[in-house]
Design a protein. Structure first.
Length: 152
């Protein structure tokens, strides 16, 4: 079953409405991140697309990452609660809730406005070229997983 289309305004607005339900006091149902760290963690998926702030893996490492994680990340199957976090996604310092919330919403809106055509066969940071469906799964599944983590 296909995941909701994060490139549609309706789905993006629904995700943003869910984010708006979060508060600085929101507590995780599993995992170690606090709410601000989770929002910053969700931003990393977009930083890897739009910002040149994370070093790209070399060809060999990219191959290994693709073999080990690609299907889990870009497939439709939901993440398990115990999934291991890739090092680039680890947020261990303290973050400010409102700042990270605004940043994540801005990334969501920007991605939706870019449109799915921008992502067809777009090169990903770690997995090579991805289809629109794979980009959709990567974006939607990740944020949905973490909103569920915080009961939203």
């Amino acid at each position: 079953m296909a995941l909701p289309n994060i490139f549609s305004k309706e789905v993006t607005d629904q995700v943003i409405q869910r984010i708006e339900q979060l508060s600085p006091e929101s507590q995780p149902q599993w995992g170690k991140m606090n709410i601000a760290q989770m929002l910053a963690h969700c931003c990393v998926a977009y930083e890897l697309v739009y910002d040149n702030k994370h070093p790209k893996p070399g060809a060999f490492m990219k191959f290994i990452i693709s073999m080990l994680a690609k299907n889990q990340v870009v497939g439709e199957k939901p993440y398990s609660k115990s999934i291991r976090t890739a090092p680039v996604f680890l947020i261990t310092d303290e973050r400010e809730f409102q700042t990270e919330k605004k940043r994540l919403i801005a990334y969501l809106e920007h991605t939706q406005k870019q449109g799915k055509h921008t992502f067809q066969d777009k090169e990903s940071h770690s997995f090579g070229k991805l289809s629109v469906e794979q980009w959709n799964n990567l974006f939607y599944k990740h944020i949905d997983h973490h909103l569920r983590q915080f009961g939203i």
